[in-house]
Structures are given as C-alpha cells and as structure tokens.
Design a protein around this ligand. Sequence first.
Ligand code: ADP
Ligand code: MG
Length: 495
Amino acid sequence: MKMSQARLASCIPVPMDQKALVGVIEKAKDWALMHGVGMRDKKHFTKDSIQIAPFVLLPSPFPRTEFTKAVELQQVLNELMHKVAHDEEFLETTLQNALQVDEFTASLYDIWVTVRKEGIVQPISLGMLRSDIMLESRCPHTENQCAKHTPYCSWKQVEINSIASGFGHLGPISREIQSYVLRQLGHGDLIKNMPENKALSGLCGGITEAYDLFGVPGAVILFVVEEVSYNICDQRFHEFQISETRPEIVIYRRTLNEIYEESALNDKKQLILEGKPVAVVYYRSGYEPAQYPSSREWDARLRVERSTAIKCPSIQYQLAGTKKVQQALAAPGVLEKFMGGGASTGRVRDIFTGLYSLDFDDGGERAVEMALADAERFVLKPQREGGGNNLYGADVREALLRMRHSRERAAYILMERILPPLVSGYVVRPGGPVPPPLCDLVSELGIFGVIIGTKEKILCNRQVGHMLRTKLADANEGGVAAGLGALDSPYLLDL
Ligand code: ADP
Ligand code: MG
C-alpha cells in the first residue's frame, strides 16, 4: 500500500542533526507544559498536574490551494448541516433503519420526538461544527498516478462533527509551539507559511453570541462534561477565553448526572442551575453510550432539550451529525434537494469519497459484495462518535460476513478509504523516546464552523479556524485523546 502513496516534503530537511533535535525537544516540552499543550495523565490521574500532549515537532505540509478550498467551503457546509438538522422528514427517513437496531441513536431520536410533540420552546440552535478532511493521494484518472497529477492531492471529507468538536485551543496552540520550534532552529522565516488560527476566540464568540441572543441578565453558561476530563486544557481554555472577554458571565461545568441532581425547569421552562437560568448549554460529553450509564443521564438530557437554553448542539443537530446522514447526503439528488443545483452543490459533491448504505436493498447488497471483494479499500462505520469504533481491512470482511443476514448491518455505513500522502516527521510523546524516531506520518485537517439560527433564519454563519491531527501512517485512527494521534498544524505549500 505504501509504495503507491505519494509523499510531501517536510518543511525543513530531515533527518535533523541529533544534538539539535534533542535540545529543541527539551525546550519544546517545557513550552508545552507552560502554555497548556497538555492533557491529564490517564495512567496516573491527578487533578494536580498535566502532562504534555503528544505533538509533531515540525508543522506538516499541506497544499495551500486545498487548504483555502476547505476554509472557503465551511460556510456552505454549515448551512447545509443547519438545513439537514431542521428537515424532520429527511432525518426520519434517513435514520429509520438504523434506529431499529441502534439503541443509542434511537434514544437520542426519542428525545427529539418528545420535545417536538411538546413544542420546541427554544427555536435557536448553536452549531459549532468541525469538518474533518484528509488529502487523497490517489489520482482518480488512472489506477496509479497520471503524469498530469503528480503529486495528486485533493481533499475528501472524513466526517463532520456536530457535538463536542474539540481542539479550539489545542489547534491554535499547536501553531504556536511549532513556531517556537522553528525559531529555535533558526527557521523563523518559515512561520509565514503557517496560516493564522483563531479557532478559540471564534468558537467562544459563537457561545457568547448565543448567550446574548438568550438575552436574560444574570443567566449562566453550562458546559456538560465527562466524569473525568482528560482533555482538560482544551475545555478550560474556552472558559478562560470567555472569562476574559465577558467577565460578567458565570460558567458551570457539570456531568449529566449532576445536571439530573442539581437542575430543574421552572414554569417558564428555563433550565435553572444554582438558582440562575441557563442561557447556553455546551456539550463536551454526551456523544457516546458510555456517557449515559443510567436512565438519570438520559433524563438529564431530556430536561435540557425541553428547556429554553440554547443548546450546542440541540438534539436534531446531533442527529444531523451521524454517519448515516453523511452517507445519505452523498446519494444522488440529495444535495440538490438541500442546496439547489448551483456551483456550491458541485463543490460539496466533490468532497465526498464513496459512501454506501448497507440497508437491505439492491444498493446495500451491491455494497456488501464490493466490500467483501476488496475489504482493504473500505472503512466500516457504526453510528458512533469519539474514535475507536470503525473497522478496517480484514475486520471489515469479517464483520460483513457475520452481519450479512442480520438487521444489525443497517446501523453501519461503508466508506471508501482515503489514502493521504506521507510526510516524514518526529512525534514527541509523554514518556516517549528522546530523540524520537523519524516516522512516516499522515494528517487530518479539521475546519471549524459556527452557525446560529432557527429553522427559518440563519443569524450567524462563520468559518472560525482549524486544527490538524497527525498519526503514524500505518495506524487506522488518530485520536489525540485516545493516545494515537498527535497535535500538529499545517505548513502551506505552493505545489
Ligand atoms: P469518529 O466519529 O469516531 O471520530 P471518524 O469517521 O472521524 O469517526 O473516523 C475516525 C478516524 O478514522 C478518523 O479520524 C480517520 O483517522 C479514520 N478514518 C475514518 N474514515 C476514514 C476514511 N474513509 N479513510 C481513511 N481514514 C478514515
Ligand atoms: Mg472523527
């Protein structure tokens, strides 16, 4: 597989001189600890310390034209997601089969049905989205690369996240630590090729804009958090940012279980916490089944959805962010229905790689056959978020053989595997070897978007920044909090 994979040159020559490498890593680790490039230690958890988050020493090359294309498309994607989230019929038909077999999605869906039946008391939603993309290194014109497109690089969408889209702090700070490294190495002149990144202020601006739309003096903001937050820097910096720009706003952090115990709805359907109405609820948890260990968490979620608080995301936005919806959007005619037939529809179509339903129909059967014939070409995805749930290669085959005649398969989608170009680089990990080995790496870029609006009207729609995650080329997934990926930032290349 690697033989056919294109390669992009790193921003400075590698391998680096070993002594320079060891020296700059020591400085960079201290820079990391002193600027919040950190995470909590999973093995030896304590709230009294953080350790460095894994990071790539040098920024990873990314073609400038492709980066610009991604940034420019974000508002179009924001609007598309907003429309999808507000199309009840489309969500119902699209999720129908998956709901039969996937209890988690069904529980979310039930909440949505309940709040619609009761009447939605807060028509405004706050979407803080992140569209994740990878460069595709295979030229579509020939089996291998054609002369015209060498090196070929055009990005494809991996997924779009509508809940707990992290790295608003870790994205921008990755640019800063790598800038520091480049300066220390005498390459400060290269920093001009690293695009500015204002994700943190952009995302927090979305939260405070929603807060102002709520318009109740003395109202508070609620962050819904996990029992234990390993990715604490990324969450706290949002709080620090809001506290600096809007010192009068109080932010609470609560788990779903604490919300169950401590909150209530008043007669105006305001969510009351510590005696104050909640203006905005920002979920950094609540996207996977393990975060709802009992009916209390589901009750808490329902209570929040019933309230006047502006939710990020509201339940329909979370449903719009499922894998099944992404696959349905790629089906013929669907984008046209949401976006009309104009130029931006074509631009969105171009970012989809092959996405196939596994429903029990002709299309589903064809997809199963196709994947069994060449499993390496595909990724099999259930309706889950948070990493570590997808199947690759031989596991795709095994799972399809097992599920072929079971309804369970409708809860999965089949996606063509993207093969990104390789870059040689150094990954600095907590407790890792110094100097680290030079490795083949691949990256995934995330573009942040903020959208606020009601079904009828979009009040704000912005692209607000980006993040880059990089992993070893032979790893299937690259979640940073999961310990596989590393923080990175793009170094724009004029190919
Ligand atoms: P999750 O919601 O768990 O984050 P994703 O769809 O983002 O699910 O998949 C997790 C990871 O798997 C991605 O970050 C990426 O590294 C890898 N991945 C997912 N889809 C593809 C694909 N089509 N081609 C290559 N890698 C993929
Ligand atoms: Mg993902």
